[in-house]
Structures are given as C-alpha cells and as structure tokens.
Design a protein around this ligand. Structure first.
Ligand code: G1P
Length: 298
C-alpha cells in the first residue's frame, strides 16, 4: 500500500527563503518538514512506500532522500557515527517520486500517481502538516476496516468564518470502532458522509468540519480524477472527485483533534511549530530558554 505526499507547490508564502530551498525542506528543529511527513506516512500497517509528488523545479527534495556515501564516510572518520547514522536513516526510507509540473490543483497532483498505487487503497498526506505521534492515519485505518475498507478522511472543527479556506464535510454520527458514539465535533467521532464541498462560503457550508489533510482513499478516485473538471479557484479539486466517489461508495470521516498535528503552512505557523517541538523535547527545552534569554518565559 502506498502513501502519497503532494509537494509540488512553489512555497511562495515563504519567499525569499524558498527562492533556493523548497518549503518542504525547511527545518523543524533539525529535520526538514517532509521527513516528519514521510515517517508519519510509513507508520500505518501495510504502507510500504511513500511517493512524493514533486515538481522538477525542486530536485533538492530527491537529493535529500538519496544516499551520500562521501558525507557518511567523512562523518564516520571524524568520530561522528551518530550523525552518519542519521544521514543513512534518511536514505534508507522507502521513498519514490513522481511529478506534477503544472500546478493545476490537489486533485491533479494526486492523479499523477495513478499508475503507482496498484489499484489498492492509498493514503494522501498533505506535505505542510505533520502529526508527531503518527496516530491519525492509524485511527483512519481502524474506521476503514470497521466499514468494509471504505474511504476515510480526517476532519476537525474550524471557526465558522474560516470554512471558505477548506474542504468541508457533512454527515451523520455513527458508532466509532471503540463502540462509543461521540458528539459531532468531539475527537473520536465517526461520521457517515453525505456530502463534501471545497471552499464553501459560510452560508453554503453544511457544517464547520474541515478536511485537515489526511485521506485514506479507494483507488476508484483515480478513475474519477481523470475526468474531474476544475472547481474552486479554477483548480482540479480532490474534494470534488470525492463528492463524486460518494455517489458510488460509502465514505466516512473521523473527527480528530487538529492540535495533535503541526501546521507548517505559513511562516507564523512554522515558527510556532519549531517552538513547540523544541519545548516538548527535554534535551532542548532548557537550552531554548537560555537562548531566549528570558527567565520569566519559563
Ligand atoms: C487543500 C484541500 C482542502 C483541505 C486543505 C487542508 O486545500 O483542497 O479540502 O481542507 O487542503 O489544508 P488548499 O490548502 O490546498 O487550498
């Protein structure tokens, strides 16, 4: 089973940093964002490969996941075996690449991997968000198993005036795999979907449950994407293809606590994630405060 990671965007929000460095390689502490996403993608049972949907403008991402024998040798011969191991670990991750050179939308990006998913269900993980405890995809897998291996997407509540920034779902709460029935906005709740809409106005939005960027999808969606016409923003939207999939197959959503994930999509969010990851790492916390030079902040 494959996990797809769309990563072909230009990262304009991070200019000038992203003039030469793809935004996916911006570090969170000492690892690039995309390494966290790849490690999360490979965590669910059955996932044997992460496929990054890149653009040819960003060869640095491929370089990052390639072997570098000279660097490893240099580190080893200078008594830095621990660092050599970290470099080798990255190259050992089962990662491959395909390309989206025209930025025509998320649905178009996913379609570029159609030949690589082997007619199996597959995950999609958006590349500017990662979940350090890696639990979200596993929870989605449990819901899928409980409902005949159907498609499942992760959703979370968002303030109503922000719905037009996201894909929004509608559905009816059903029992969760743990046997409980949760309230609609409570983490753990499972919804049998009745609709999905991309970037609705607050008046049109059926709920305030937004698609957070984790999908477990039936391979049928690849067929639907082939004939998907442009939607919101003139782009080929994955959400629109999923709305068509819902006419053919049952689909579910699981409500997650979006705060268990780290959004790195804007400079402020990325900086906040760096602070959070540093503060929650016992080996860095004290030094971080020392660098900030403020006792009171403790
Ligand atoms: C994409 C999806 C949207 C989802 C969002 C999450 O939108 O199309 O449904 O809610 O990611 O970040 P984008 O952020 O690419 O506009």
């Amino acid at each position: 089973m494959k996990a797809l990671i769309p990563a072909a965007g230009l990262g304009t929000r991070f200019l000038p940093a992203t003039k030469c460095v793809p935004k996916e390689l911006l570090p969170v502490v000492n690892k690039p964002v995309i390494q966290y996403v790849v490690e999360e993608a490979l965590a669910p049972k059955g996932v044997d490969e992460a496929i990054i949907i890149n653009s040819h403008q960003k060869p640095q991402i491929e370089r990052f996941f390639s072997e570098d024998a000279a660097l490893v040798e240099h580190l080893k011969s200078h008594g830095k075996a621990d660092l050599a191991e970290k470099v080798e670990e990255v190259a050992a991750l089962p990662v491959s690449f395909c390309y989206q050179d025209d930025p025509k939308g998320l649905g178009h990006a996913v379609l570029q991997a159609a030949e690589l998913v082997d007619d199996d269900p597959f995950f999609v993980l958006l590349g500017d968000y990662f979940v350090p405890n890696k639990a979200m995809c596993k929870a989605m897998q449990e819901v899928s198993r409980a409902h005949g291996n159907c498609s499942v997407i992760a959703v979370a509540p968002v303030p109503h005036d922000q719905v037009s920034r996201y894909g929004i779902v509608a559905g009816e709460v059903v029992a969760s795999p743990d046997g409980k029935t949760y309230a609609e906005e409570e983490p753990g709740a499972v919804l049998k979907l009745s609709g999905l809409v991309e970037k609705p106005s607050p008046e049109e939005a059926p709920t305030n449950l937004f698609i957070v960027g984790r999908y477990l999808l039936s391979p049928r969606v690849m067929e639907l994407l082939k004939t998907q016409t442009p939607g919101a923003g003139g782009e080929i939207q994955l959400t629109d293809a999923l709305a068509r999939l819902l006419e053919e197959e049952e689909m579910y959503a699981v409500v997650v606590d979006a705060k268990t994930g780290c959004d790195t999509g804007t400079p402020a969010a990325w900086a906040g994630v760096n602070a959070r990851m540093t503060l929650t790492d016992p080996s860095l916390r004290a030094a971080f405060f020392e660098e900030l030079g403020s006792e009171e902040l403790k």
